[in-house]
Design a protein around this ligand. Structure first.
Ligand SMILES: *Cc1c(COP(=O)(O)O)cnc(C)c1O
Length: 464
């Protein structure tokens, strides 16, 4: 086996990558021709690639590196835990200190009586747990027919069979036999593109009331739970109108439907509170957590469960679990991450410094001829690209064409910003400073200028 290292020429690494590595959510033939960008190291908010470019990571990896890259304490804790107890399971009436300490700490941070944690290795696994847990809960309550979980179109809840079915991504459902039975989807609260002539407030109510209509259509006695991201992330950072969540809450309460808040992105400071449910005024029975739980330094997720469900589930053997549920190294790393967030006042930094500063500069991008709408909650933001600012217009070109051009210009200007269709999104590390925000905005502005020129030159500046 040859030694593969950071010092190999980029082209050789790309060739090996193309030959052997199947990338997620990627057309691998296309990538093979182009060559993957090879990231070699990172520090703070900055990535370095194999060509020596220093790139500002406006996405915190995949929405997860909340404390920023390169924190030595995290490596120290991981090494210490590996030396002490690298693995033990939690299945056979055994436990270990990292899992105990992390569960207790999460219970302390979580609102209300969300006092119990079922660990998973990822957000997808945790949402699969949730499907089985809420259905089993109702079975134990003598209502086994309560099986249906209602979600939203264009939601993202993960990529396994269960979590991908909960999600509402049409492109995912088109492959591999999803959704599984007894999952229903209502429309998303995306006012900018789907609100028509309604005010955002009217539209928020209209979309929330689809939940009530769906419950009545299915029969309330068949509905187990509703699941939603407090703010949709991968769907394009879609911030619901203020009327939406209170109405969803009212409907769930009225019909005794369990409410699952998927906090995988919103949790751990992203929205300026520990959890997005607090920011959006939601009282969930279960929260899904992952990503920012460990700031991505180790793979770990979980379901944070209220007293009533946990106590009910506890009466029976729950035939469910993952080898790595509560993995000691991941749990120790997550605990250290939570310590850093707390002790360094990172959530206060989001709320009092980074959000207000970014908000001013982000919303000013609305003046750009290519931008038709900006949104920012905490440090998750999005903006709509549009060929006609006045009219909330879509591009005539296939959705994502303008977005892709713009994302490529961002990369060329050493900025990672993603596109979802023709919406550009950011979710930087929570430790980003005002000076780094200035850099982000400068690079974004230059990229948007270049994208605008290119979109115009290619004749794509046309409304649908
Ligand atoms: C990323 C994500 C997931 C899936 O988490 P994985 O760790 O990738 O399995 C679930 N829900 C939301 C809201 C996410 O953003």
């Amino acid at each position: 086996m040859q030694q593969i290292s950071n010092h190999m020429p980029t082209a050789e690494l790309q060739a090996l990558d193309a030959a052997h590595h199947m990338h997620p959510f990627t057309q691998n033939d296309g990538l093979a021709k182009k060559g993957a960008r090879i990231i070699t190291r990172a520090n703070g908010v900055t990535l370095t690639d194999s060509e020596g470019h220093e790139i500002l990571d406006g996405m915190a990896g995949l929405w997860c590196v909340n404390i920023g890259y390169g924190r030595k304490e995290m490596a120290t804790v991981a090494a210490r835990q590996m030396n002490e107890l690298p693995f033990y399971n939690t299945f056979f009436q055994t436990s270990h200190v990292p899992a105990i300490a992390l569960a207790a700490r999460i219970a302390e941070l979580a609102p209300g009586d969300l006092n119990h944690v079922f660990f998973a290795g990822s957000g997808s696994e945790a949402n699969d747990t949730n499907i089985r847990m809420v259905r089993h809960y109702w079975a134990l309550k003598g209502q086994p027919e309560r099986k249906v979980i209602i979600s939203r179109k264009n939601a993202y809840h993960g990529s396994s069979m269960g979590s991908g079915s909960l999600g509402g991504m049409a492109g995912m459902h088109a492959q591999g036999g999803m959704p599984i039975p007894d999952i229903a989807h209502i429309d998303q609260p995306y006012w900018y593109m789907e609100g028509g002539e309604m005010t955002p407030e009217e539209f928020g109510l209209e979309r929330a009331r689809q939940l009530e209509a769906k419950i009545l259509e299915l029969g309330a006695e068949r509905v187990a739970a509703f699941i939603g991201e407090p703010i949709q992330g991968a769907g394009g950072v879609i911030v619901p109108p203020a009327t939406y969540w209170p109405e969803i809450q009212r409907i769930c309460d009225k019909y005794n439907i369990l409410l699952i808040a998927d906090e995988v992105i919103c949790g751990f400071g992203r929205t300026g509170n520990w959890f997005g449910s607090q920011t959006m005024g939601i009282k969930p029975h279960i929260m899904t957590i992952a990503k920012g739980l460990s700031s991505g330094y180790a793979p770990i997720g979980g379901s944070v469960v209220c007293d009533e469900i946990a106590h009910t589930i506890a009466q029976d053997e729950f035939n469910h679990g993952y080898t790595y549920s509560g993995h000691p190294v991941c749990a120790a790393v997550a605990l250290e991450n939570l310590r850093i967030i707390e002790e360094e006042g990172i959530i206060d930094h989001v709320r009092d410094v980074a959000h207000p500063y970014l908000a001013e500069r982000w919303h000013a991008l609305n003046d750009h001829p290519l931008v038709g709408d900006t949104a920012l909650v905490g440090l998750m933001g999005s903006l709509a690209l549009t060929p006609d600012k006045g009219k909330r217009a879509r591009f005539a070109s296939e959705a994502g064409t303008a977005g892709y051009i713009t994302r490529e210009r961002c990369f060329a200007n050493n900025l990672v910003m993603r596109h979802v269709g023709d919406r550009m999104i950011i979710s930087p590390p929570l430790v980003i400073t005002p000076a780094q925000i200035d850099t982000l905005i400068e690079r974004a502005t230059k990229a948007f200028d270049e994208a605008y020129t290119q979109i115009k030159a290619e004749g794509l500046l046309k409304a649908a």
